[in-house]
Every structure is written in C-alpha cells, then in structure tokens.
Design a protein around this ligand. Structure first.
Ligand code: 2YC
Length: 273
C-alpha cells in the first residue's frame, strides 16, 4: 500500500468515531463487529478484551521516518473500540521497551515495508496487508449479501490486489483482474485469473461497467468516476490514494467503502488477539 502522508491522516483522530458509526450504518460492521468477524470471536469477547488489554503504538524512525499523526491515528482508532491505548514517548527499540514496561499487551508499529500488530502475551502477529484484505472481504460480504457465485473484478494486481483476488476465489466468487501493467499480466494468467484490461479498446475502463462488485486495490488515485460503474455496483476500495474524486464519492455514497487506516487497523487487532 502507498505510504500515507500527514496531510491525508491529519483529521483521522477526530473522525475515527464518526467513521465507526458510518461503517456500521452502511455495512452493519463497525470497528468492534469487524474485529470480531475477522477474528472469529464474538463482539462481547472483543469488548471484554478492550476492557482488560492495553495497546501501544510505537513510532518508527527507520527509512523515510515518522509520519506525523500516524501512531496517534492508530491509537485513536483502537481507543474508539474501547481499548486503553497510548503512543510511546520514544520511538523504535526504545519505544518497544517502553511499551512493554508500561504494560502493553499488543504493540502496533510500522516501517516503510511492513505495518504489524504484535501480541506480547501470545506471540500472535498481524500484518496490515492480510488484515486489510480480510477486513474488506467482510465488508463486501456484508454489503453484497454473499460472494458465492458472484462476478467480481479486482482493480490492480499488487500486494493487496493479489491477496484480494485469492480470498475472493476462495469465497467462491468468479474473479477477473483489471491491471494495465503488462509485466503483471503474465503473472495474472499464471495465477489462473482472466485479465480484462484491453489496451486496444478506445476506453479500457469501459470493461468495468459489466461488474456489480468491484475490489479497488489501485494506488494511482483520482482516476475513476462514479459513471464508470453500474448504478448499483458495490465498491470495496482499500487502495490508497482513493481512486475517486469527492463528487464521485458523493454519488457512490454508501455503495463505496474506503478508508486510509481504520479497517486495516481494527482487523489487525482482531487477528492479533
Ligand atoms: O510514523 C511511523 O512510525 C512511520 N514509520 C509509519 C510508516 C508507515 C508506512 N506505511 C504506510 O503508510 C501504509 C500503512 C497504512 C500500511 C501500509 N502502508
């Protein structure tokens, strides 16, 4: 997934509770419900974990360094679920040590290559890529009423797109891939998927109109419009930056679910319990 920027997430601490409510309204799955579903636990088990467990977000300075408000945003999402959370005052190894000394049961930390949740009590580890796709699969299941036998197109065949296509296939959906990168098209065929991107078409995007369930895992940003899809199409969009502009997002309304960090983070929590 693309590296977030402070500008993109600067409001997330304030909006995390609103998005929890909106997700529940639109998909029936707020943060606690989502964490329960991906973990195979009950909502009450998640809520009682929130009452007893401490979670720390540890800033990491490696590579391109700390993203302003990243750790605070992670903490805000998890405290919205009821967890006692804190951001360590120190980064990196010293921060991990601080988290342990202050009684953290689970730590969340990310460098430029990997964003994980590590359970210090049982050693379970959750990876953001896997958790994000697992969370968005639950969202799609809930919005669509079931994926068995449904025709789904996955946009983009990067790490998230590949994970999404495999999980959709496992769920019994008929999966096609839309990927314009020629180098990836061989891999798509090898993995047993049809690639529906056709560069000979005047408007390759017109191939998307036939689908009513879309998983958007692209990272180009601002390249799709609501009009590219059927009126009732459902779109799960983990891709960052978002593929739609504000006007299209408004037109799509509750048929399109996208966020920068929330669904992946609450799903990580569920998978790390
Ligand atoms: O502030 C910090 O601790 C930074 N080291 C965080 C870097 C996160 C880089 N990764 C991303 O921006 C996204 C994540 C949301 C998941 C995958 N890429």
């Amino acid at each position: 997934m693309s590296r977030l920027t402070r500008e993109w997430i600067c409001d997330l601490e304030r909006t995390a509770p609103d998005w929890d409510r909106l997700l529940r309204e639109r998909t029936g799955l707020g943060y606690v419900e989502l964490a329960a579903q991906v973990s195979g636990r009950s909502e009450n088990e998640i809520r009682s974990a929130a009452e007893t467990m401490k979670v720390a977000a540890v800033p990491v300075t490696s590579g391109l360094g700390i993203i302003g408000r990243f750790s605070a945003s992670v903490a805000a999402i998890l405290s919205t679920m009821g967890f006692d959370t804190f951001v360590t005052s120190r980064p990196d190894v010293d921060g991990l040590y601080e988290a342990s000394c202050r009684g953290a049961d689970i730590v969340f930390l990310a460098d430029d290559s990997r964003y994980i949740a590590l359970n210090l009590r049982n050693g379970r580890i959750a990876d953001n890529n896997v958790a994000t796709v697992t969370g968005y699969m639950q969202v799609l299941r809930s919005m669509s009423g079931g994926l068995l036998g449904r025709s789904v197109v996955v946009l983009g065949y990067g790490v998230i797109g590949r994970l999404f296509a495999e999980k959709l296939r496992q769920a019994g959906a008929s999966v096609a891939i839309y990927e314009r990168n020629i180098a990836l098209q061989d891999r798509i065929e090898r993995d047993g998927f049809a690639c529906v991107y056709d560069s000979t078409r005047e408007d390759p995007k017109s191939a998307l109109f036939q689908y009513d369930i879309i998983a958007d895992a692209t990272n180009e940003g601002d390249w799709l419009r609501a009009e590219d899809f059927q009126e009732h199409a459902l779109i799960a969009a983990p891709g960052v930056p978002f593929s739609f502009d504000e006007a299209s997002a408004d037109k799509l309304g509750s048929r399109c679910i996208h966020d920068l960090l929330e669904i992946g983070t609450v799903s990580m929590l569920g998978l790390a319990l």
